[in-house]
Design a protein around this ligand. Structure first.
Ligand code: DAH
Length: 340
């Protein structure tokens, strides 16, 4: 092979190799193979000495052109690697990450919706205090002095220098008492709030949770008003075609007392996981305010009557979302909260 033929072959090889360079390492081995003193181009320069004199200009020209091409192309490759390493890898074609929006906690969202429905029905919102005394939490609500709910096992008592009747309210019914003591009938209030019970924490119960209490006191209020109010509320909140069941029950502060069930909003009474295959969901405890409670709170039971109801907010959130562990609502796991 003549030197000219070698140069032509080398040109083809270099053109191909330049295109295949895909890394700094590949560029470096290209340089070491062709462009250094012991490289292929220099070998051709040395070969030039043996070329016949009359052929030298032609071969020399071909060699110079090849060198210029190889060095030029290599410089471009190197430049592009340098540019890549000095700019951070930003892919401007990536879709933008939107701002992360915060949201209210599911319990707050649920209380807000409940409050919205009841206020649109004419109820006002009232609040009491988390720390209560025995009289407001139990005594004036017609709990007998030896009622088991007063036991240390159920109630968190607060150590106080000269009082032994200070406690964390165990239900929002204490707010009923405060409302009746401070307002004149007609009274229409709902009372959302946090309550506390000395319970072991597990999938079904917590020591701290929320309730909503309702109270309506006026002249001539009857059980029919209670039924109408609860049914209108539940049809708006859960299911407009719901059916209801009023079961007799007992609470010291109401007479008669009942528990109200609604046909399951998910399976419509067929039986499913949410209603534990019974077709019914318990929505609240309720009843006609006991005459003793009215008189304890300064309202004449011969002139006025009323109904009350109360239910747990966490239970509502669990039921609506098909969640079966109440602790999920208190662990503040962003993977849970971001779903609301
Ligand atoms: N206070 C009751 C509880 O914590 C709930 C309740 C039941 C409230 C009946 C009421 C009512 O106002 O009438 O379990």
């Amino acid at each position: 092979m003549t030197l000219l033929e070698q140069i032509t072959a080398l040109r083809t090889e270099i053109e191909l190799e330049i295109q295949l360079i895909d890394s700094v390492e590949a560029a470096d081995s290209f340089r070491l193979k062709h462009l250094v003193k012991k490289g292929t181009l220099q070998a051709c320069v040395e070969g030039l000495r043996a070329v016949a004199r009359e052929d030298k200009p032609l071969v020399g020209k071909a060699l110079n052109e090849l060198r210029a091409m190889a060095e030029g192309a290599f410089a471009l490759v190197q430049e592009s690697f340098e540019r890549q390493s000095s700019t951070p890898a930003i892919d401007v074609t990536l879709p933008a990450r939107g701002p992360r929006r915060g949201a209210l906690h599911p319990i707050t969202q649920t209380i807000d919706r409940l409050v919205e429905i009841f206020t649109s029905m004419g109820f006002e919102v009232a609040e009491g205090t988390d720390v209560e005394d025995d009289a407001h939490n139990f005594g004036k609500l017609n709990f007998a002095p030896d009622h088991p709910a007063r036991d240390m096992q159920d109630t968190f008592f607060i150590e106080h220098a000269d009082r032994s009747d200070v406690l964390l309210r165990t239900h929002t019914s204490s707010v009923q008492v405060r409302v009746m003591e401070s307002m004149k009938p007609p009274i229409r209030c709902i009372m959302p709030g946090r309550v506390y019970r000395n319970e072991a924490v597990n999938a079904r119960s917590l020591a701290e949770f929320h309730q909503i209490e309702g109270l309506y006191i006026a002249k001539g209020v009857s059980m029919a008003d209670l039924k109408g109010t609860i049914m209108a509320f539940a049809r708006r909140f859960y299911d407009e075609n719901a059916e209801f069941r009023f079961r007799t029950s007992y609470f010291p502060f109401t007479e008669p007392s009942c528990e109200i069930d609604m046909s399951c909003f998910l399976c419509k009474g067929e039986g499913c996981r949410i209603c534990k295959h019974s077709g019914w969901l318990e929505i609240c405890g309720a009843g006609m305010v006991h005459p003793n409670v009215l008189s304890e709170c300064g309202i004449d039971p011969n002139e006025y009557s009323g109904f009350a109801f109360g239910f747990g907010v966490e239970r509502v959130v669990l039921m609506l979302n098909g969640i079966d562990d109440i602790r999920l609502l208190y662990e503040n796991d962003i993977r849970v909260l971001s779903q609301f």
